[in-house]
Design a binder for this molecule. Structure first.
Ligand SMILES: [Zn+2]
Length: 258
């Protein structure tokens, strides 16, 4: 029997009975629990550092999830360290400390190898991790932050991260957990107008019509750069990103699903 028969449940309309309607001020007072779900150590820094800093400043409890250890066939290793996995996870923990996260969970899959079976397993792991962390009756509302389902750069691991986060979100919602939205970090057309075919297929950034929320954390520009550069082994990417975008690296764009 196909597994599709086991998951007949569908999301029917906006049934948010389990989510208390609170004002922004009440939510800020109570704090949210945010799960940032990404594929590689450094995705959180490049795509969402400004937003994560703002959330922690506003009292949110932040949990970072990284699916892989950032070590695979195509991983950069400019210092030829003998254990790149260990180095990248250490860098990721340093970045997490700078952001002010409460917990970091690495699932330790191999970078570049994620597939459909992993996607199903990862989804179940995310659901179980949320259940282990938050009570179903919690007054605190839960949000997810992940990446555009087009994979941003087109990296398959990014696509698995985004789709696993979304699938876990909808399953938790159907079970009555107080999950409120998923923000999928995306590129903006104004910054990345063209298709890039130099490695995987990077589609153009999203148009203003497609972007639901933009967080401007340029007042945190120096800290955002520090968080990006905490991933020292990936410093050429950080330099390229910062040189291209300037202080716009502290502006994050999101597609929002609820
Ligand atoms: Zn990545």
């Amino acid at each position: 029997m196909s597994r599709s028969h086991e998951f007949r449940a569908v999301i029917e309309g906006d049934d948010d009975k389990n989510v208390k309607k609170l004002t922004k001020e009440q939510l800020r007072y109570m704090g949210k629990i945010i799960f940032g779900i990404f594929a590689h150590p450094d995705d959180e820094a490049f795509l969402t550092a400004g937003t994560l800093l703002q959330e922690v400043n506003d009292g949110s409890e932040l949990h970072l999830v990284c699916l892989t250890d950032g070590c695979g066939k195509h991983s950069m290793n400019p210092d030829n360290v003998s254990d790149l996995s260990e180095t990248r996870l250490e860098e990721w923990h340093n970045a997490g400390k700078l952001i002010g996260v409460k917990n970091q969970h690495c699932f330790k899959y191999v970078d570049g190898n994620l597939n459909n079976d992993d996607h199903i397993e990862i989804t179940e792991r995310i659901v179980n991790m949320v259940k282990d962390t938050v009570d179903k009756d919690s007054d605190k509302q839960i949000e997810f932050i992940s990446m555009d389902t087009n994979g941003i750069t087109g990296h398959i691991d990014h696509i698995v991260a985004a789709r696993s986060a979304l699938l876990a979100y909808y399953r938790l919602k159907m079970e009555g957990f107080p999950v409120t939205r998923v923000r999928l970090a995306c590129l903006a057309e104004e910054d990345f107008a063209d298709i890039n075919t130099s490695w995987t297929l990077r589609e153009p950034g999203r148009s203003s019509d497609e972007i639901d929320e933009t967080v401007d954390a340029r007042d945190q520009y120096d800290r955002v750069c520090e968080i990006m550069r905490a991933h020292h082994s990936q410093r050429s990417d950080a330099d390229e990103w910062i040189n291209k975008l300037g202080d716009r690296v502290a502006i994050n764009h999101f597609i929002v699903r609820d």
